[in-house]
Design a protein around this ligand. Structure first.
Ligand code: C2E
Ligand code: CA
Ligand code: CA
Ligand code: CA
Length: 279
């Protein structure tokens, strides 16, 4: 390593140094981006076996001044480790609730459920429940249309607190989906106690569904689990008609994936379907 000056920190491993400064650069850009409101939502359709819209998932995007459109894979981890996920998450929740209010005024969209991703750091932050309630109050969004997507990594921390926070939101009408299901740690005993509405089959199982009998067996098991716990099941990452047909054959009737529609602006979502109608 080079000799560092008095007030300079130098790392022995140049790759490590590069990573640290890349993260620091992302952190600084995230702060500036939050101030300048460079974040916005894309929406991806969720459909039933007839191809009818049953919901949408909000996915954050970053219009970076130099890098252009940036996907969350490049910044969510940094936002989580720096705590910036808290203001970013509040901003996302406000955008999602405002969209629900805009839809509430149009009969064909008024009942469309919108799923919002919540990271573990966000959910376990002490004021989370109050913050969500405050955004619902401030925007006037109908809590019944809001679905929060949680991941199994949430379950590593205090399960009792998690269940009680979920129940407080549930009492207002908010719904819950367990995202990336099958990739995490949830034991069946937890699963039974969580006030969930939906399981979301992780896209890794859908990807090789037609090639790998193990994946097909896992998907079947998740569907059986969902039906015995009275939870809706949706498969994500559905890219082909063949995957969709295979899912229908094993009893999964809700889908999300490039085969039906990529995440896009609200205009793209609205032009994609004639609306949402209860089944
Ligand atoms: P996720 O919640 O599992 O979201 C699904 C990801 O798969 C999205 O990537 C979506 O664009 C992508 N996807 C959808 N259909 C297909 C398909 O058919 N094939 C393939 N290969 N991919 C598909 P995206 O938008 O880049 O988001 C990545 C992850 O970032 C999300 O995974 C979620 O964990 C996180 N994320 C996204 N938006 C938010 C947010 O608003 N808040 C938080 N906390 N995390 C978010
Ligand atoms: Ca998700
Ligand atoms: Ca997922
Ligand atoms: Ca994922």
């Amino acid at each position: 390593a080079k000799t560092a000056g008095r007030n300079q920190v130098r790392f022995f491993n140049p790759q490590m140094q590069a990573e640290v400064s890349a993260r620091a650069a992302i952190e600084a850009d995230l702060r500036a981006g939050l101030k300048a409101e460079q974040f916005f939502l894309h929406y991806q359709p969720q459909v039933d076996a007839q191809g009818k819209l049953v919901g949408a998932e909000a996915l954050v995007r970053w219009r970076h001044p130099e890098m252009g459109l940036v996907a969350p894979g490049a910044f969510i981890a940094v936002a989580e480790s720096t705590g910036l996920i808290l203001p970013l998450g509040r901003y996302i929740m406000r955008c999602a609730c405002r969209q629900l209010v805009a839809w509430a005024e149009q009969p064909q969209w008024a009942r469309l459920p919108l799923a919002v991703n919540i990271s573990a750091r966000q959910f376990h932050h002490p004021g989370f429940v109050e913050e969500v309630c405050a955004v619902l109050d401030e925007t006037g969004a109908n809590p019944l249309r809001l679905k929060l997507e949680l991941t199994e990594s949430l379950l590593i921390e205090n399960v009792e607190t998690m269940i009680s926070n979920m129940n407080r939101l549930k009492a207002r009408g908010v719904r819950f989906s367990l995202d990336d299901f099958g990739t995490g740690y949830s034991s069946l005993s937890y699963l039974k106690r969580l006030p969930l509405d939906q399981l979301k089959i992780d896209q890794s199982f859908v990807r090789d569904l037609l090639k790998d009998p193990n994946d097909a067996a896992i998907v079947k098991t998740i569907i059986a689990l969902g039906s015995s716990l009275d939870l809706a099941v949706i498969a994500e990452g559905v890219e082909t008609k063949a995957q969709c047909d295979a899912l229908i054959a094993i009893g999964c009737y809700q889908f999300q994936g490039y085969h039906f529609g990529r995440p896009g602006t609200v205009d793209v979502l609205e032009s994609w379907s004639e609306g949402y109608h209860d089944h």
